[in-house]
Design a protein around this ligand. Sequence first.
Ligand code: ATP
Ligand code: MG
Length: 254
Amino acid sequence: MKVISIVNQKGGVGKTTTAVNFASYFAQAGKRVLLIDLDPQGNATTGVGIEKNELEYSTYDVIVSGKNINECVISGKYNNLDILPSKIDLAGAEIELVGKMSRESKLKKKLENVKEMYDTVIVDCPPSLGLLTLNSLTASNYVIVPIQCEFYALEGLSQLINTINLVKSELNPLLDIGGILLTMFDSRIKLSDEVEKEVRGYFKEKVLKSVIPRNIKLSEAPSYGQPIEMYAASSKGAHAYKEAAKEVIDSGIA
Ligand code: ATP
Ligand code: MG
Protein backbone atom coordinates (compact mmCIF):
# COMPACT_ATOMS: atom_id res chain seq x y z
CA MET A 1 0.00 0.00 0.00
CA LYS A 2 1.37 3.38 -1.05
CA VAL A 3 0.25 6.48 0.78
CA ILE A 4 0.39 9.82 -1.04
CA SER A 5 -0.21 13.22 0.55
CA ILE A 6 -1.45 16.04 -1.64
CA VAL A 7 0.05 19.02 0.15
CA ASN A 8 0.52 22.76 -0.23
CA GLN A 9 -0.25 25.09 2.66
CA LYS A 10 -1.27 27.73 0.14
CA GLY A 11 -5.03 27.76 -0.39
CA GLY A 12 -6.80 27.19 -3.68
CA VAL A 13 -3.88 25.75 -5.67
CA GLY A 14 -5.68 22.60 -6.84
CA LYS A 15 -5.01 20.10 -4.03
CA THR A 16 -8.56 18.79 -3.81
CA THR A 17 -9.04 18.73 -7.58
CA THR A 18 -5.82 16.73 -7.86
CA ALA A 19 -6.72 14.37 -4.99
CA VAL A 20 -10.20 13.60 -6.36
CA ASN A 21 -9.08 13.10 -9.94
CA PHE A 22 -5.94 11.12 -9.17
CA ALA A 23 -8.03 8.89 -6.92
CA SER A 24 -10.54 8.43 -9.71
CA TYR A 25 -7.95 7.64 -12.40
CA PHE A 26 -5.94 5.32 -10.15
CA ALA A 27 -9.17 3.44 -9.40
CA GLN A 28 -9.97 3.20 -13.10
CA ALA A 29 -6.47 1.83 -13.68
CA GLY A 30 -7.42 -1.04 -11.37
CA LYS A 31 -5.86 0.14 -8.12
CA ARG A 32 -7.87 -0.33 -4.95
CA VAL A 33 -7.98 3.29 -3.79
CA LEU A 34 -8.82 4.97 -0.51
CA LEU A 35 -9.36 8.74 -0.73
CA ILE A 36 -8.96 10.38 2.68
CA ASP A 37 -10.43 13.82 3.15
CA LEU A 38 -8.22 15.41 5.81
CA ASP A 39 -9.60 18.92 5.32
CA PRO A 40 -12.42 20.18 7.56
CA GLN A 41 -13.79 22.03 4.51
CA GLY A 42 -14.79 18.59 3.19
CA ASN A 43 -14.32 19.55 -0.45
CA ALA A 44 -13.00 16.16 -1.54
CA THR A 45 -16.02 14.56 0.14
CA THR A 46 -18.42 16.77 -1.79
CA GLY A 47 -16.30 16.34 -4.92
CA VAL A 48 -17.08 12.61 -5.08
CA GLY A 49 -20.78 13.17 -4.48
CA ILE A 50 -21.06 12.52 -0.74
CA GLU A 51 -23.47 14.67 1.25
CA LYS A 52 -21.56 16.01 4.28
CA ASN A 53 -24.68 16.60 6.36
CA GLU A 54 -25.64 12.94 6.18
CA LEU A 55 -22.36 11.51 7.44
CA GLU A 56 -22.44 9.19 10.41
CA TYR A 57 -18.68 9.00 10.80
CA SER A 58 -15.84 11.01 9.37
CA THR A 59 -12.08 11.41 9.48
CA TYR A 60 -12.51 13.08 12.87
CA ASP A 61 -13.71 9.80 14.40
CA VAL A 62 -10.61 8.03 13.09
CA ILE A 63 -8.03 10.62 14.09
CA VAL A 64 -9.50 11.75 17.41
CA SER A 65 -12.17 9.30 18.61
CA GLY A 66 -10.26 6.10 17.99
CA LYS A 67 -12.61 4.49 15.44
CA ASN A 68 -11.11 2.19 12.84
CA ILE A 69 -10.89 3.35 9.24
CA ASN A 70 -13.04 0.50 7.92
CA GLU A 71 -15.87 1.49 10.28
CA CYS A 72 -15.91 4.99 8.82
CA VAL A 73 -15.23 4.60 5.08
CA ILE A 74 -17.94 4.96 2.48
CA SER A 75 -17.81 2.80 -0.64
CA GLY A 76 -18.96 5.57 -2.94
CA LYS A 77 -20.53 5.04 -6.31
CA TYR A 78 -17.26 4.49 -8.13
CA ASN A 79 -15.56 1.11 -8.55
CA ASN A 80 -12.39 0.53 -6.53
CA LEU A 81 -12.77 3.87 -4.76
CA ASP A 82 -13.53 4.15 -1.03
CA ILE A 83 -13.73 7.47 0.76
CA LEU A 84 -12.99 8.47 4.32
CA PRO A 85 -15.11 11.63 4.34
CA SER A 86 -14.75 14.77 6.40
CA LYS A 87 -16.85 17.63 7.64
CA ILE A 88 -16.33 20.69 9.77
CA ASP A 89 -15.93 18.83 13.08
CA LEU A 90 -12.43 17.91 11.91
CA ALA A 91 -11.41 21.52 12.52
CA GLY A 92 -11.41 20.73 16.25
CA ALA A 93 -8.85 17.96 15.76
CA GLU A 94 -5.94 20.41 15.46
CA ILE A 95 -6.58 21.51 19.04
CA GLU A 96 -7.81 18.22 20.50
CA LEU A 97 -4.73 16.38 19.30
CA VAL A 98 -2.25 18.77 20.91
CA GLY A 99 -2.25 17.12 24.33
CA LYS A 100 -2.27 13.53 23.03
CA MET A 101 0.55 11.01 22.89
CA SER A 102 2.00 10.36 19.41
CA ARG A 103 -0.23 13.08 18.09
CA GLU A 104 1.53 13.12 14.69
CA SER A 105 1.14 9.37 14.17
CA LYS A 106 -2.60 8.83 14.61
CA LEU A 107 -3.32 8.39 10.91
CA LYS A 108 -0.26 6.22 10.30
CA LYS A 109 -1.36 3.85 13.03
CA LYS A 110 -4.90 3.59 11.73
CA LEU A 111 -3.70 2.93 8.18
CA GLU A 112 -1.78 -0.14 9.34
CA ASN A 113 -5.12 -1.91 9.85
CA VAL A 114 -6.15 -1.49 6.22
CA LYS A 115 -2.85 -2.05 4.45
CA GLU A 116 -4.07 -5.29 2.85
CA MET A 117 -7.27 -3.64 1.61
CA TYR A 118 -5.87 -0.85 -0.56
CA ASP A 119 -3.11 -0.36 -3.12
CA THR A 120 -3.09 3.43 -3.01
CA VAL A 121 -4.21 5.92 -0.39
CA ILE A 122 -4.56 9.57 -1.42
CA VAL A 123 -4.81 12.16 1.33
CA ASP A 124 -6.29 15.56 0.54
CA CYS A 125 -4.64 17.91 3.06
CA PRO A 126 -5.94 21.23 4.38
CA PRO A 127 -4.21 24.51 3.44
CA SER A 128 -1.95 24.62 6.50
CA LEU A 129 1.07 22.87 7.96
CA GLY A 130 -0.69 22.04 11.24
CA LEU A 131 -1.17 18.71 12.98
CA LEU A 132 -3.54 17.28 10.39
CA THR A 133 -1.01 17.79 7.60
CA LEU A 134 1.75 16.46 9.88
CA ASN A 135 -0.33 13.31 10.41
CA SER A 136 -0.60 12.89 6.66
CA LEU A 137 3.14 13.42 6.07
CA THR A 138 4.01 10.99 8.85
CA ALA A 139 1.79 8.33 7.27
CA SER A 140 2.97 8.86 3.69
CA ASN A 141 5.49 7.38 1.29
CA TYR A 142 5.16 10.30 -1.10
CA VAL A 143 4.13 13.93 -1.29
CA ILE A 144 2.63 15.46 -4.39
CA VAL A 145 2.68 19.26 -4.41
CA PRO A 146 0.29 21.06 -6.74
CA ILE A 147 1.58 24.50 -7.73
CA GLN A 148 -0.72 27.04 -9.30
CA CYS A 149 0.88 28.77 -12.28
CA GLU A 150 0.23 32.26 -10.97
CA PHE A 151 1.86 35.11 -9.16
CA TYR A 152 3.23 34.14 -5.72
CA ALA A 153 3.25 30.50 -6.85
CA LEU A 154 6.59 29.85 -5.18
CA GLU A 155 5.85 31.74 -2.01
CA GLY A 156 5.85 29.43 1.00
CA LEU A 157 7.44 26.56 -0.90
CA SER A 158 10.68 26.67 1.07
CA GLN A 159 8.68 26.40 4.29
CA LEU A 160 6.88 23.39 2.85
CA ILE A 161 10.16 21.75 1.83
CA ASN A 162 11.58 22.41 5.31
CA THR A 163 8.54 20.78 6.90
CA ILE A 164 8.87 17.74 4.62
CA ASN A 165 12.56 17.43 5.52
CA LEU A 166 11.81 17.78 9.21
CA VAL A 167 9.17 15.04 9.09
CA LYS A 168 11.63 12.90 7.13
CA SER A 169 14.36 13.25 9.72
CA GLU A 170 12.22 13.11 12.88
CA LEU A 171 9.13 11.03 12.13
CA ASN A 172 9.14 9.28 8.79
CA PRO A 173 12.41 8.47 6.99
CA LEU A 174 10.44 6.89 4.11
CA LEU A 175 8.94 10.19 3.00
CA ASP A 176 9.90 11.50 -0.44
CA ILE A 177 8.65 14.09 -2.90
CA GLY A 178 6.78 12.05 -5.50
CA GLY A 179 6.02 14.92 -7.79
CA ILE A 180 5.34 18.58 -8.32
CA LEU A 181 2.24 19.19 -10.41
CA LEU A 182 1.73 22.46 -12.26
CA THR A 183 -1.95 23.41 -12.15
CA MET A 184 -4.26 26.03 -13.67
CA PHE A 185 -1.80 26.68 -16.47
CA ASP A 186 -3.05 29.35 -18.86
CA SER A 187 -1.13 29.42 -22.14
CA ARG A 188 -2.46 32.92 -22.91
CA ILE A 189 -0.68 34.31 -19.89
CA LYS A 190 3.07 34.83 -20.04
CA LEU A 191 3.32 34.41 -16.31
CA SER A 192 2.23 30.78 -16.58
CA ASP A 193 5.28 30.07 -18.77
CA GLU A 194 7.54 31.91 -16.36
CA VAL A 195 6.26 29.98 -13.36
CA GLU A 196 6.70 26.71 -15.23
CA LYS A 197 10.30 27.58 -16.15
CA GLU A 198 11.12 28.60 -12.61
CA VAL A 199 9.56 25.51 -11.03
CA ARG A 200 11.24 23.14 -13.52
CA GLY A 201 14.56 24.93 -13.02
CA TYR A 202 14.34 24.44 -9.29
CA PHE A 203 12.73 21.00 -8.88
CA LYS A 204 14.08 19.48 -12.12
CA GLU A 205 12.82 15.96 -12.84
CA LYS A 206 10.53 16.00 -9.80
CA VAL A 207 8.11 18.13 -11.84
CA LEU A 208 5.57 16.01 -13.71
CA LYS A 209 5.72 16.40 -17.48
CA SER A 210 1.94 16.70 -17.66
CA VAL A 211 0.66 20.16 -16.86
CA ILE A 212 -2.96 20.79 -15.81
CA PRO A 213 -4.54 23.63 -17.81
CA ARG A 214 -7.05 26.08 -16.42
CA ASN A 215 -10.25 24.42 -17.58
CA ILE A 216 -13.81 25.39 -16.84
CA LYS A 217 -15.00 21.76 -16.72
CA LEU A 218 -12.60 21.05 -13.87
CA SER A 219 -14.13 23.87 -11.86
CA GLU A 220 -17.70 22.74 -12.62
CA ALA A 221 -17.29 19.04 -11.85
CA PRO A 222 -17.28 19.36 -8.01
CA SER A 223 -20.71 20.94 -7.96
CA TYR A 224 -22.01 17.77 -9.64
CA GLY A 225 -20.13 15.59 -7.18
CA GLN A 226 -18.19 13.97 -9.99
CA PRO A 227 -14.55 13.38 -10.89
CA ILE A 228 -13.73 14.91 -14.27
CA GLU A 229 -13.79 11.56 -16.10
CA MET A 230 -17.46 11.15 -15.20
CA TYR A 231 -18.39 14.80 -15.74
CA ALA A 232 -16.53 15.67 -18.94
CA ALA A 233 -14.31 12.84 -20.16
CA SER A 234 -13.32 14.59 -23.37
CA SER A 235 -12.36 17.91 -21.78
CA LYS A 236 -8.78 19.17 -21.74
CA GLY A 237 -8.83 18.94 -17.96
CA ALA A 238 -9.74 15.26 -18.09
CA HIS A 239 -6.99 14.47 -20.60
CA ALA A 240 -4.40 16.30 -18.51
CA TYR A 241 -5.31 14.61 -15.22
CA LYS A 242 -5.44 11.22 -16.94
CA GLU A 243 -1.93 11.75 -18.34
CA ALA A 244 -0.60 13.02 -15.01
CA ALA A 245 -2.11 10.05 -13.17
CA LYS A 246 -0.53 7.68 -15.70
CA GLU A 247 2.85 9.32 -15.17
CA VAL A 248 2.54 8.84 -11.42
CA ILE A 249 1.57 5.17 -11.84
CA ASP A 250 4.35 4.53 -14.38
CA SER A 251 6.97 5.98 -12.06
CA GLY A 252 5.89 3.54 -9.37
CA ILE A 253 4.63 6.18 -6.96
CA ALA A 254 0.97 5.12 -6.94
P1 ATP B 1 -7.99 24.65 -0.48
O1 ATP B 1 -6.62 25.11 -0.12
O2 ATP B 1 -9.07 25.63 -0.14
O3 ATP B 1 -8.28 23.26 0.00
P2 ATP B 1 -7.29 23.48 -3.00
O4 ATP B 1 -5.81 23.68 -3.01
O5 ATP B 1 -7.80 22.16 -2.60
O6 ATP B 1 -8.01 24.60 -2.10
P3 ATP B 1 -9.07 23.28 -5.22
O7 ATP B 1 -10.27 23.28 -4.34
O8 ATP B 1 -8.72 22.01 -5.90
O9 ATP B 1 -7.81 23.86 -4.45
O10 ATP B 1 -9.20 24.40 -6.35
C1 ATP B 1 -9.55 25.73 -6.01
C2 ATP B 1 -10.65 26.21 -6.98
O11 ATP B 1 -10.14 26.23 -8.30
C3 ATP B 1 -11.86 25.30 -7.00
O12 ATP B 1 -12.99 26.07 -7.22
C4 ATP B 1 -11.59 24.39 -8.20
O13 ATP B 1 -12.78 23.89 -8.77
C5 ATP B 1 -10.86 25.33 -9.13
N1 ATP B 1 -9.87 24.63 -9.97
C6 ATP B 1 -8.93 23.75 -9.56
N2 ATP B 1 -8.16 23.36 -10.58
C7 ATP B 1 -8.63 24.01 -11.69
C8 ATP B 1 -8.24 24.03 -13.05
N3 ATP B 1 -7.21 23.32 -13.51
N4 ATP B 1 -8.95 24.82 -13.89
C9 ATP B 1 -9.99 25.57 -13.44
N5 ATP B 1 -10.38 25.59 -12.17
C10 ATP B 1 -9.72 24.82 -11.29
MG1 MG C 1 -8.84 21.58 -0.88
